[in-house]
Write a protein of this length. Structure first.
Length: 402
């Protein structure tokens, strides 16, 4: 049984944070003004972006008093704001170090706020509740920071890939343009007969040497274009252990799953692949959260299974649940933005959202060169099938394809 002042302390912190969100955001902006190398009016150049931090602080206040089964990482609206901040800072030529410092400032401002509020409560404050409130607020800040940095790095990677593509195109163009006159010169050098005139002989030999050198340059440009094709790993690609990432995401959603009686069954033999680790985690976070939110309360056993199978088209990672399923007529639209198939069941299921989660999943898979598909039957459950190019997989369990 919780102490008498526990709920009162949590509610006090949440209410005060909601009331002071504008002043706290202003204090954060004052510290950013010193850190960022842009004009103060450009730190948040539009009213929409200027509202981001106050809105994030309001969401953190809501998160403090939310049930234990809710995770801020599953709030797609909040995560979208954190993503937009990362893209803005990239356009402003900030650095990852600056982003980390920004969120450090926000964390320090919140710590000072909680300290003041605890002092004002005095003996009425419950110590355990105060510690938990601070820990939950800092957890929210860390998750927002991670999402902002992920968005920044993703845009950085896309820029590098675009520049690499332009370089490859330039190399192919130059090589092509060199090859045409080079062919003419090679024919001419064969037609020109060495003469007794020493000067003419030297000119022919000079021409031959330079034609050979030009041919060598064209060959090197062609080899360079082949070596820098998209098959090379992007700068933020790394070896991703799908089992470890799946268990980590399940752990982050454990409270939400426990309240709804949902268990995660993650195969022990999930493989590794070379991919963008941040995008892989974001995909699994959205799929796992949806599976939990739309579990079927009428079923005595509610489970989310994660396994890898070897299909004829290549390895598949399957996220399977026995939830309420998706109507056949609406499956084609679920990956579009703002589509919420089960919005009419929000009160019954205790879920909410903006319908962005699955569109984020599709965008992430597209960016990694992969794909996502869905299999579902109403009242039986849903399976999301994730595929990546075969070359990125380290291995996959030889389990039979479904």
């Amino acid at each position: 049984m919780l102490p008498r002042h526990f709920d009162a302390t949590i509610n006090h912190f949440a209410n005060r944070l909601a009331a002071e969100h504008t002043a706290l955001a202003r204090a954060w902006l004052e510290r950013l003004d010193v850190l960022l190398d842009v004009d103060r009016r450009d730190v948040f150049p539009t009213h929409q972006l200027l509202d981001h931090i106050p809105e994030l602080l309001r969401e953190i206040a809501n998160y403090l008093r939310a049930p234990a089964d809710q995770e801020i990482a599953a709030n797609t609206a909040v995560m979208a704001k954190a993503t937009e901040l990362g893209l803005l800072r990239f356009d402003q030529r900030a650095s990852v170090h600056q982003l980390l410092r920004e969120y450090q400032f926000l964390g320090e401002i919140l710590e000072a706020f909680f300290a003041r509020e605890a002092a004002q409560l005095g003996e009425q404050a419950d110590a355990t509740a105060a510690v938990l409130a601070v820990a939950r607020a800092q957890q929210a800040v860390r998750e927002l920071q991670r999402r902002t940095v992920d968005a920044f790095i993703a845009r950085y990677t896309e820029t590098i890939e675009r520049q690499h593509g332009q370089l490859r195109s330039f190399g192919r163009l130059v090589s092509h343009e060199i090859r045409q006159p080079l062919g003419v010169l090679q024919v001419l050098t064969r037609l020109l007969q060495p003469a007794n005139d020493p000067d003419r002989r030297r000119l022919v030999e000079t021409l031959e040497r330079n034609v050979v050198r030009l041919g060598d340059v064209a060959g090197k440009l062609e080899r360079l274009a082949r070596l820098t094709r998209r098959s090379d790993n992007a700068p933020n690609d790394q070896s991703v252990d799908l089992g470890a990432v799946s268990r980590d995401v399940a752990g982050q959603l454990a409270d939400m799953a426990d309240v709804r009686g949902v268990t995660f069954d993650i195969a022990d033999d999930l493989p590794q692949l070379t991919a963008d680790a941040g995008r892989v985690e974001l995909v699994l976070m959205n799929l796992f959260a949806n599976a939990v939110k739309y579990s079927d309360p009428a079923k005595p056993v509610r489970v989310v299974r994660v396994r890898c199978v070897a299909a004829t088209s290549g390895p598949q990672l399957r996220v399977e649940d026995n939830g309420i399923g998706i109507p056949a007529a609406q499956r084609a639209a679920i990956f579009e933005q703002f589509v919420r198939v089960h919005a009419h069941l929000d009160d019954e299921l205790g879920s909410q959202g903006l319908g962005l989660g699955l569109s984020i999943v599709r965008e992430c898979m597209d960016a990694m060169g992969g794909a996502v598909a869905v299999e579902s039957a109403e009242s039986e459950g849903t399976t999301f099938v994730l595929t990546w190019p075969p070359a990125v997989w380290t291995a996959c369990s030889p389990a039979a394809a479904p």
